[in-house]
Design a protein around this ligand. Structure first.
Ligand code: LMR
Length: 329
C-alpha cells in the first residue's frame, strides 16, 4: 500500500499535477455515461488549472463495478466511479426503489426524485455506509431484448434466461415472471448472449445500440419497465485528502456534467432507436411496441407479484412517496 501511494506521488510530480483521479466505468465512451465522464474529466482539469488530472478507464478496463464498489474505492485504488444504482442495493437496500418496475412515469418524474428530498435522503444513506456520493446521473428507461421470441405478454418471458445487474430485487422481478434471472457483470453480457449462455437482457436503447447487443439478439420489446440511473461516488480517502477549493471544483464539474449528461441521455436514446428501427426494417432485428393495454397488463402483474417483494426491501411508504411525485409540475 505504501509503495502504491509512493508511486502515485512520484507519477504526479513527474507530470505536473497534484492529484490523480482514476475514473472507472464499464460502458463505452459513446454512451451517455461515457460522454458525461469525459466531459467531467475535461472540466475538472480546466477548473483546477491542471492541479487535478482525471484518467478515465471505460469498458471495465480497470475493473468491474462490483469490485470497484466493494474494494477499490475504499482502498483508494480507484478515486471515482459511476455504477448503476442497482449495484449499490447490497449496501443500501432502499436504493432498490429505483428498480421498482413501472414506478416512474417519465424522465421528469425520475429527476424530481433524484433532485428532491428522497434523492438526498438515499444519498445520505450511502454516506452513512462510508461512501462519498456526489449525486445521480441518468441513462433512461430499460427495454428487454432476447433471442428466442417476440415478447408482448408477460407470459412470453417464461423460461427465458435473462441477465440482470447484480441486484437481488432485479433477480426477484424476473423470477416472479417465470424467467430465469442470471446476474453477471456487464463485460460478460455480449459474449454470453452470443454463445447462448443467456437468452436476453434488459438495458436502455442507447446501450443496446452502442454496445452492439442488437447484433447478438433478434428481438427487442419497448417495455420501458424500469429505470437505469447511476450514482457518482468518490473514494473516501481521496476526498479527505483534497483541499476545500478542489472539492468545490469537483462538485462544480459534477453539476455541469450532470446537466450535459441528461441532455445526451435523451438524445442518444432517440438516435439509437432510429438506428435500430432502420436495422429492423432491413429484417435483421425485430422491435415490438407495447400498446397502453399491453403495458397495463405488465404493470398489473408486477404490482401483484413483484411489488410485495419491494415493500419488504424498500418500504411501502417510500414507493407511495415516489408515486405522489408523478404529476407535480
Ligand atoms: C449494466 O450492468 O447493464 C449497466 O449498469 C451498465 C452501465 O453502467 O450502464
Amino acid at each position: 500500500m505504501v509503495r502504491f501511494f509512493l508511486s502515485l506521488f512520484l507519477i504526479s510530480s513527474l507530470f505536473g499535477y497534484e492529484y490523480l483521479i482514476r475514473f472507472s466505468h464499464v460502458v463505452s465512451p459513446d454512451t451517455p455515461k461515457g460522454k458525461a465522464v469525459e466531459y467531467f474529466a475535461k472540466r475538472v482539469e480546466e477548473l483546477s488549472g491542471g492541479r487535478i488530472k482525471v484518467k478515465v478507464y471505460p469498458n471495465g478496463e480497470l475493473a468491474q463495478d462490483n469490485v470497484v464498489i466493494r474494494k477499490m474505492l475504499i482502498n483508494n485504488q480507484v478515486q471515482m466511479a459511476a455504477p448503476s444504482i442497482a449495484k449499490f442495493t447490497s449496501i443500501v437496500p432502499e436504493l432498490g426503489v429505483f428498480d421498482v418496475p413501472f414506478l416512474f412515469k417519465d424522465e421528469m418524474h425520475v429527476r424530481r426524485v433524484f433532485d428532491g428530498d428522497i434523492g438526498k435522503r438515499l444519498l445520505n444513506r450511502l454516506s452513512q455506509e462510508g461512501y462519498v456520493a456526489l449525486g445521480y446521473w441518468s441513462n433512461g428507461f430499460k427495454e428487454i431484448t432476447n433471442n428466442k421470441r417476440p415478447i408482448i405478454y408477460p407470459q412470453d418471458i417464461r423460461g427465458l434466461k435473462i441477465r440482470v445487474m447484480s441486484s437481488k430485487i432485479l433477480v426477484e422481478q424476473y423470477k416472479a415472471l417465470g424467467a430465469i434471472a442470471i446476474s453477471m457483470s456487464f463485460s460478460r453480457v455480449y459474449e454470453a448472449l452470443k454463445n447462448g449462455y443467456i437468452d436476453g437482457e434488459e438495458n436502455t436503447i442507447s446501450t443496446i445500440y452502442v454496445e452492439k447487443f442488437y447484433k447478438v439478439q433478434r428481438y427487442m420489446t419497448l417495455t420501458n419497465h424500469g429505470y437505469l440511473g447511476y450514482i457518482v461516488v468518490v473514494s473516501p480517502d481521496f476526498w479527505a485528502s483534497l483541499p476545500d477549493d478542489l472539492k468545490k471544483v469537483i462538485k462544480k464539474a459534477f453539476r455541469e456534467a450532470t446537466i450535459k449528461g441528461r441532455k445526451w441521455a435523451i438524445e442518444l436514446n432517440k438516435r439509437a432507436l432510429k438506428k435500430l428501427q432502420k436495422i429492423a426494417r432491413e429484417g435483421k432485428f425485430r422491435i415490438d411496441y407495447l400498446t397502453p393495454e399491453d403495458r397495463m397488463r405488465w404493470k398489473k402483474i408486477m404490482i401483484r407479484k413483484v411489488y410485495p417483494k419491494f415493500y419488504r426491501v424498500v418500504g411501502k411508504k417510500l414507493i407511495k412517496e415516489i408515486m405522489k411525485l408523478e404529476n407535480v409540475n
